[in-house]
Design a protein around this ligand. Structure first.
Ligand SMILES: CC(C)(COP(=O)(O)OP(=O)(O)OC[C@H]1O[C@@H](n2cnc3c(N)ncnc32)[C@H](O)[C@@H]1O)[C@@H](O)C(=O)NCCC(=O)NCCS
Ligand SMILES: Nc1ncnc2c1ncn2[C@@H]1O[C@H](COP(=O)(O)OP(=O)(O)OP(=O)(O)O)[C@@H](O)[C@H]1O
Length: 202
């Protein structure tokens, strides 16, 4: 039996940072953001639907989706975001399930779904345990603006497109406070995985 863990948090709260630490422990990670990029590649059914819905204006010269442009539309307009989610999410879920099945069949003791919208999309039933990576809003804003080169206003629009992080913390089985250093974050992760008996070296 594999333990299926949902890794979630807020935008730029540190999920990928924690997922990379897990990869170092040879834990398989299924990355929803990456899958969401793959399923909108040119020629995929979701790509066609996005162009139909949002128009050719959201394309780059090479016909790939201009993610910055599409982001600035959907993060400022909830109905448009819902429309995009309806196109992309079913394909993402299907691919996540396929990958999960493969890892479970291989007998992996733990499989992690790195899923930013785990709560917003009501996907808690897909996992046995939930880890929430938490930061306070000022740290989140600072890290998001720096990483994505966004203005304060654009970064806040993205943060507010999600369930508040403190609400996610209340629903978690385990919380990693990522306001501090990377080493402090890693220590918390090791503590959680050890408690759940899924770290082979401890
Ligand atoms: C709007 C898009 C084009 C912006 O692309 P961009 O490269 O700037 O961001 P990226 O995809 O790397 O996402 C960064 C983060 O934004 C947040 N985010 C992304 N999509 C959404 C959404 N629909 N609602 C709320 N938050 C979101 C997540 O925390 C995610 O980790 C892209 O995020 C997208 O296609 N979103 C819809 C699919 C989706 O929900 N992906 C998230 C996981 S399934
Ligand atoms: N403890 C930390 N100290 C300093 N910087 C950090 C820390 N943790 C993460 N960061 C930085 O903050 C930014 C956001 O982290 P990360 O990309 O891991 O977040 P995320 O939750 O995966 O984001 P997204 O939801 O957008 O995919 C990155 O630039 C990362 O390098």
């Amino acid at each position: 039996m594999s333990l299926i863990v949902g890794l979630t948090g807020g935008i730029a709260s540190g999920k990928s940072t924690v997922a990379n630490m897990m990869r170092e422990f040879q834990i398989p990670i299924i990355d929803a953001d990456q899958i969401a990029r793959d399923v909108v590649a040119i020629g995929m059914p979701a790509y066609e639907q996005i162009v139909e819905t949002f128009g050719a204006d959201i394309l780059n010269e090479d016909k790939t989706i201009n993610r910055k442009k599409l982001g600035s539309i959907v993060f400022h307009h909830e109905p448009k975001r819902v429309q995009l989610n309806k196109i992309v999410h079913p394909a993402v879920r299907q691919e996540m399930k396929r990958q999960q099945k493969e890892y479970v069949e291989k007998g992996e003791p733990i499989v992690v779904l790195d899923l930013p919208l785990l709560f917003e999309s009501n996907l808690v039933h897909m996992v046995d345990k939930v880890i929430v990576v938490y930061v306070d809003e000022s740290t989140q804003l600072k890290r998001l603006m720096k990483r994505n080169g966004l203005s304060r206003e654009e970064a806040l629009a993205r943060i507010h497109a999600q369930m508040p992080l403190y609400e996610k913390v209340k629903k978690a089985d385990a919380v990693i406070d990522n306001n501090g250093t990377i080493v402090e974050t890693k220590d918390q992760l090791i503590h959680i995985l050890s408690k759940w008996n899924v770290l082979s070296f401890t």
